[in-house]
Ligand binder design. Structure first.
Ligand code: ADP
Length: 160
């Protein structure tokens, strides 16, 4: 079975990476799908995020990164993937994820949503919090892959 792990990944965190590594053991292939979302104001371009995911998952031969836009279920169907994978950190994720999972099932009953619980060491990490901490000059080493931490620092240095 193959899985599509969709999200913004702006930026990729160690919480995302933990989900990807565990999914890579469960599924033949995991496609990390970066949403091209013009309405959000991203920190990194989709191409930069794809490169960061590629770097952080280079040790996982059955993981690949792709960009997509439009409906997640259409992306999954187009790739011939039957599972949408999402991570759950807390009850606050659950309500939103439940809505999306039901909507996706309605749109495409053949595509199943599977959830992995966040690793306990990562359940407090979100991309938004990482961006906020970095923008205030805080250290995010250990929360994001080393390459992402370095790119975030560089970005902040340019914006100062
Ligand atoms: P989105 O904008 O779709 O929420 P994100 O990049 O924030 O995209 O998250 C993608 C998926 O990864 C979501 O299912 C989210 O709940 C999950 N996720 C985010 N952070 C973590 C984490 N620290 N641990 C586990 N799963 C996470």
């Amino acid at each position: 079975m193959q899985a599509l792990y969709p999200g913004s990944f702006d930026p990729l965190t160690l919480g995302h990476l933990d989900v990807i590594e565990r999914a890579a053991q469960l599924f033949e292939r995991v496609v990390v799908a970066v949403l091209r979302n013009p309405s959000k104001n991203p920190c990194f371009s989709v191409e930069q995020r794809l490169a960061q995911i590629g770097d952080a998952t280079a040790h996982l031969p059955n993981v690949q990164a792709e960009a997509f836009d439009g409906l997640t279920v259409e992306c999954a169907q187009g790739l011939g993937v039957g599972v949408i994978l999402r991570g759950l950190r807390a009850m606050s994720d659950f309500e939103y994820e439940l809505q999306i999972a039901h909507m996706n099932r309605r749109l495409s009953p053949g595509v199943e949503t599977v959830f992995l619980m966040a690793g306990e060491a990562y359940s407090f990490i979100s991309s938004n919090l990482v961006k906020e901490v970095v923008s205030l000059g805080g250290n995010v080493d250990g929360l994001v892959p080393p390459l992402v931490a370095e790119r975030l620092k560089r970005l902040m240095a340019v914006q100062k």
